[in-house]
Design a protein around this ligand. Structure first.
Ligand SMILES: Cc1ncc(COP(=O)(O)O)c(C=O)c1O
Length: 362
């Protein structure tokens, strides 16, 4: 490997720099500041967030605005949930693997976290039923569409069964769905919130749709719950980033979101094709889950190859990989797990990255 070769980063799940609609956002920001929401967007607002955007989202989700709360990104809403709904020692079930930052926040709030093994079509239902025989969790946290880190989408059959179990045992469902609008092929599946609106808090974010920099996430759920969480928000920051929310509202109200999503689906869909083709060509013996959308594809390394060893060898060929163990409630379960975020790399970088991976994974 020549020392002048640039590194390839299969690490962070961030949007592509070239995906940001800079000029449109600049224009929206100008209109907000000079228009009728100028003063409102500069003042402290409601802890629930900027009302016009809540109304816009409520219409999208077929609910009234008192079902919608905005926050500074959806991760902060996870933190509010953890503080507002959980007592230290409460049991929370998550998919294994799951989003590593959620694991951190749940643990920081003192929750006991247990994993439900994830299959290629969602959580292992038999394993979930066995866990429920032992103890009833307060909440189950699920990333139902194009999961971070695995890329898995939970099937309709499994969603229906999870909802039945939630009714039977009386636990709440947290559905974190920031990748849902980024479907590159196939048909959308009803959300847990659509199947069980009273049991589910549904979260999403504009991070993957417009930009992480706007820091606008949102949650949809029963008004009493939303009110309870808005109190946690108020005690944390008085009000969220109203200016960012007003700019996002202007963007949505002008009808710019759907064309932006169309552009993203084209840009990222081609990158998904590229990584699938590269894996088939370079690592045909590997076992991987190929998603229909989102940011991540995941690979299970062959028996005998550990994450630590692989990452060390990867660094030698200038390939940066994430430690797969961080995504598992029981870290050892992730020793052979590799998350490959493909959206922020060009097709050529993906091809070269997979070639380097194949050169060290054998
Ligand atoms: C499943 C999941 N939830 C939440 C987040 C955080 O997103 P936000 O930028 O809205 O806080 C991410 C970001 O990668 C994610 O993958």
């Amino acid at each position: 490997m020549s020392s002048t070769q640039p590194p390839i980063n299969f690490t962070r799940g961030v949007p592509a720099d070239e995906s940001y609609p800079l000029e449109q956002v600049a224009d929206c920001a100008g209109s907000v500041l000079t228009g009728k929401y100028g003063t409102l967007s500069m003042q402290y607002g409601s802890s629930l967030g900027f009302l016009p955007l809540r109304e816009w989202l409520a219409a999208q989700h077929n609910v009234t605005p008192d079902h919608v709360m905005l926050g500074n990104g959806s991760l902060q809403l996870v933190d509010f949930l953890a503080h507002g709904l959980l007592e230290p020692g409460d049991l929370v079930l998550v998919e294994s693997p799951t989003y590593d930052r959620t694991l951190t926040l749940l643990r920081r709030a003192g929750a006991r976290v247990q994993g439900i093994p994830l299959e290629s079509d969602g959580p292992d239902i038999a394993a979930l039923e066995a866990l429920l025989q032992q103890a009833t969790p307060k909440l189950i946290y699920l990333i139902t569409d194009f999961q971070n880190p695995s890329g898995v989408t939970t099937s309709l059959r499994k969603r229906q069964r999870i909802v039945e179990l939630a009714e039977q045992y009386g636990f709440g469902l947290i559905e974190d769905a920031p990748y849902r609008p980024l479907r590159y092929r196939g048909q959308a599946i009803p959300t847990l919130h659509e199947l069980a609106p009273k049991r589910t808090l549904h979260m999403s974010s504009f991070t993957k749709q417009i930009s992480p920099g706007v820091r606008v996430g949102y949650m949809v759920g029963e008004p009493a719950r939303i009110k309870q969480l808005a109190k946690v928000a108020e005690d944390t920051y008085i009000a969220p980033n109203v200016l960012g929310q007003a700019i996002v509202y202007e963007f949505c109200d002008r009808g710019l979101l759907e064309p932006q999503l169309e552009r993203l689906r084209k840009l990222y869909g081609a990158r998904l094709e590229a990584i699938g083709a590269a894996l088939r060509a370079e690592l045909p013996e590997a076992r991987w889950i190929e998603p229909d959308g989102g940011f991540f594809l995941s690979v299970w390394l062959p028996q005998g190859v550990s994450n630590a060893e692989l990452r060390q060898r990867a660094a030698e060929v200038k390939l940066n990989l994430t430690d797969g163990r961080a995504f598992f409630p029981n870290a050892n379960d992730g020793d052979r797990f590799l998350r490959l975020p493909f959206c922020a790399l060009t097709a050529d970088q993906i091809k070269e990255g997979v070639r380097r991976l194949a050169s060290i994974a054998g």
